[in-house]
Design a protein around this ligand. Structure first.
Ligand code: UDX
Ligand code: UDX
Length: 470
């Protein structure tokens, strides 16, 4: 029999959009998204769809079509668990910031809490779906907790990792390359897999739905992210060599990307990848490899992260050396703070690390991002500094050099240099002639995303530096 009630614990970037699309595509299923965070749930319920807690093109429309009909957002986690036959876990699994595995392993504290809560509350059999990205064999942990602390009800644990990318989440959900469902290869496990296959079959074809054993599914998510990030670090490594040899990294990327064996995607050189997944998942993979005594494999993947750190610092260093070896007291304008365009998400954004590096050299940083608020930008920096153990007074001193603007002209006027950190489309259409007139000379542009036309900017008079270009 098909599922009639679904609940999802975690109303974040993954849980919110995924459940909104399931509700839209499965009008016969009641979907309830629950979260501990009351403010977040209130925002999901806000009548003004501009106030949804996640910015994602197309999301507001999807939410408006189903909310109040078969899509609900609530903080009443116990009731939602009880009434649902299928429960997704989409809580965050950050890198551990303490104790064993600090800085590497995934912190499964929230996942464990969810499992305990489900076990305590559940009165009838349920299918538990891991949506959060988890280390391989986590399903075993969840199953153990459910079975040993539950009320004797039966649980089947499935892995159904999310492959959506932020900024294109709704499109990715509508037209997924594939959905992956892993489960136990027992009769009841296979039955549970089929129940979830039926949910996705409401809008995806059988070809798009892959089923595997539970461990392959868990590991495939980490592997997919590791491969994607590795391609970016590979092209970014080449970008440094391009700058030294007068090759152009975009030309190299195009030349190799036309080889169908390599393919053209994820070859855009940049100031470095960010986002909530790549770094966290690779660190987690590295930790797992070390745990299973595979140091060569661990070191191989760790290099992807090291290269990414190198790229962020290389960009910041280039700004400093080009500006005659100091940015002390200079106004450096940042265009963009989000980790990529079309999202307000800033987790692990390269901008945070570039800003931190330039602040150490005494820069005044003026930031404009079309979707990221001043409080978010400052909170990103403060949490980085707190993590490093920097004192409160030093943090206040540093923050005094951060200025966030709602009007991009205010950020750019009278600046010594502009750094592009996010590839927002609107930056391309700015009037670069008039921007040039209002800057100190020589006027520098450091394009960390290679979105501007170097010839046009050089002609205007700018000293233009792209990534992987001379
Ligand atoms: C999260 C994970 O970061 C990622 O590893 C995984 O692939 C998918 O889920 P995301 O949705 O982006 O991604 O996280 P976030 O936006 O932080 O949302 C998680 C939500 O869970 C938060 O709203 C938080 O309040 C909620 N939560 C957390 C609970 O409701 N209960 C908890 O015990 C912990
Ligand atoms: C990623 C995966 O793509 C997705 O499948 C998974 O579910 C979650 O992690 P996301 O982090 O949302 O998604 O964005 P993605 O488009 O992958 O970009 C990640 C980072 O890499 C961004 O900072 C982006 O700017 C950067 N990037 C991407 C590049 O620098 N070059 C590229 O060619 C592609």
């Amino acid at each position: 029999m098909g599922v009639k009630n679904i609940c999802c614990i975690g109303a974040g970037y993954v849980g919110g959009p995924t459940m909104s699309v399931i509700a839209l595509k499965c009008p016969d299923i009641k979907v309830t998204v629950v979260d501990l965070n009351e403010a977040r749930i209130n925002a999901w319920n806000d009548e003004n769809l501009d106030n949804l807690p996640v910015y994602e093109p197309g999301l507001a429309e999807v939410v408006s079509k189903s909310r109040g009909k078969n899509l609900f957002f609530s903080t009443d986690i116990d009731t939602a668990i009880n009434k649902s036959e299928m429960i997704f876990i989409a809580v965050n699994t950050p890198t551990k910031s303490y104790g064993e595995g600090k800085g590497m392993a995934a912190d499964l504290k929230f996942v464990e809490l969810c499992a305990r809560q489900i076990a305590r509350v559940a009165k009838n059999d349920k299918i538990i779906v891991e949506k959060s990205t988890l280390p391989v064999r986590t399903a075993e942990t969840i199953q153990t907790i459910l079975d040993s602390t539950g009320n004797g009800v039966k649980f089947e644990v499935l892995s159904n990792p999310e492959f959506l990318a932020e900024g294109t989440a709704i499109d990715d959900l509508f037209k997924a390359d594939r959905v992956l469902i892993g489960g136990n290869q027992t009769p009841s496990g296979k039955k549970a897999i089929q129940v979830l296959v039926d949910v996705y079959s409401n809008w995806l074809s059988p070809k798009q739905i892959l089923t595997t054993n539970v461990w392959s599914s868990e590991l495939s998510k980490l592997t997919a992210n590791a491969f994607l990030a590795q391609r970016i670090s590979s092209i970014n490594a080449m970008s440094a060599l391009c700058e030294a040899t007068e090759a152009d990294v975009d030309e190299v990327a195009h030349a190799i990307g036309t080889d169908s064996r390599i393919g053209s995607k994820f070859l855009k050189a940049s100031v470095g990848f960010g986002g909530s997944c790549f770094q966290k998942d690779i660190l987690n993979l590295v930790y797992l490899c070390r745990f299973f005594n595979l140091p060569e494999v661990a070191n191989y993947w760790e290099q992807v992260i090291k290269l990414n750190d190198y790229q962020k610092h290389r960009f910041a260093k280039k700004i400093i050396t080009t500006l005659f070896n100091t940015v002390n007291g200079k106004k450096i304008a940042f265009l963009g703070w989000a980790f990529k365009k079309d999202t307000n998400d800033t987790r692990e954004s390269a901008a945070i690390y570039v800003a931190d590096h330039l602040l150490e050299d005494g820069a005044n940083i003026h930031i404009y991002d079309p979707k990221v608020s001043e409080s978010k930008i400052k909170a990103d920096l403060v949490s980085l500094w707190e993590l490093r153990g920097i004192s409160e007074s030093r943090i206040s001193q540093k923050l005094a050099h951060i200025f966030v603007h709602k009007d991009y002209n205010e950020a750019l006027n009278n600046s010594h240099a502009i750094a592009i950190l996010t590839e927002w489309d609107e930056f391309i259409t700015y009037d670069w002639n008039s921007i040039y007139q209002n800057m100190y000379k020589p006027a520098f542009v450091f394009d960390g995303r290679n979105i501007l036309d170097a010839d046009v900017l050089n002609k205007i008079g700018f000293q233009f530096k792209g990534i992987g270009k001379c």
